[in-house]
Design a binder for this molecule. Sequence first.
Ligand code: ADP
Length: 486
Amino acid sequence: MKPVSIRVKLTAWYVLVFSVVLACFCVSIYVMMERKLLRSVDHRLQTMAELISKTELCVVPNFLPPDFERRLNRIFGTRPVGKFIRVLDLSGEIGSRTDNLDDTKIPVNKKLVREVVSTGKIIFETQYPLGRDMPIRFINFPVVDFRSHKVRGVVQVGTSLEFVRESMRNLLVVFFVLGPSLLFVAAVVGFFLAGKALKPIREISQTTRHITVNNLDERITVPVTRDDIGQLAATINGMLDRLSLSFQKITQFTADASHELRTPLTIMQGELEIALRGERSVDEYLETLGSCLEEVERMATIVNDLLLLSKSDMGQEVLNFEPVDMQLMVNNLLSHFQILADEHQINLGSDVDEVETIYGDQLRLRQMLVNLLSNAIRYTPAGGRIRVSLKNVENGIEVAVADTGIGIPEDAIPRIFDRFYRADKARSRQYGGSGLGLSIVKWIVEAHNGSISVDSIVGEGSVFRVFLPTGEHEPAGGASSMSIVS
Ligand code: ADP
């Protein structure tokens, strides 16, 4: 089934609501009009009945004045055309009546007359002596003796409601002609307005439809008015910005990863080609093999790091949280790194306090410290100093690795945690760095709900400070998967 467009749905709702409102409006007008007309008929009947009740027509005993019709004409100055008038005694017997009542057999409702006599109230009634189409409205008006204040009889004045019926019929015709025309106009206007309101959305969907990876820099023209549609366009543009950035970073990441892996491969290829060019001594072959092994190890490290990061991206890297004695871990590592530091003629010192137990993944926390210490040694020239400190801080512990190394340029600091980013490319590669170490450190720290900061001055050294919270807690959900675009 073809989906119904929002435009048609909006128009349908508009027409539906409009027709309900219109119907309510017509019904109330009809009811009000009918009531108003009836009230004016009743009012006229009452005025006449009151007038008649005060004339000699109702004084004559038994209400049988001679020339009733003539006297009536005199009272009103003209013949009361279309009016049925009769005067009844207390028992409802007809005294006098207009001639038109001779031919029409309009029965006297004696029960009603008795009620008027006993209560002295004016009572209106509608009778249908000439059929349902010809209703006649009557007033039963009590004739009160001005001396005794007693009811002496009842004046009945009636008139046909033909005129009211006719007016109401005409009104219905107007409604039936005007209603559908108004609905039609409403539908056309509604359809037009819905189309106008939805036009920007159509434009947005058209533009969005042809955006692919090849033209991710294209944007939707945001309407000047910052209404819902303007916001939608701005939101989509924001999403495109982020997608474009992610895509650029993914492309960059792929290029960097290929480059990183190609370098050792090229070196190996070169070494092997030279070795195969002619006969070599055993020592030369051994040297070539050793060099190749070095490159293979380098590639293995890169692949392992990449695997770890992509697993963390997909949330597949499970961290085993348990109580960790950081003091023991740091001291342990320091004794291992002491040998390396001595090799590089670097002074490795420490300032390790007894700290609170933290909850974390032993293996990953160790990897984090290894990466920070390896960097410190890698980027500190011989004769330099490295100081590792561990202390309690508010709500957690702080591990700091400070060195007197080459430092990091200010503009490079925000990028050192990006994958494959190296501030000092030559030095990093020379010492076996892949540009992934700090990305892994950042992921581990964030997975432990911690934070990392760097202070560095070029030529003077750098300090990496890691805060890790104490207390039992779960691995951070979002942080455990650090994305390429973070
Ligand atoms: P790499 O394997 O290149 O060391 P990292 O991700 O560990 O990769 O570090 C990224 C970059 O940050 C390094 O290439 C280096 O330029 C800079 N860097 C990291 N640690 C230090 C440090 N202690 N002193 C100076 N520069 C550093």
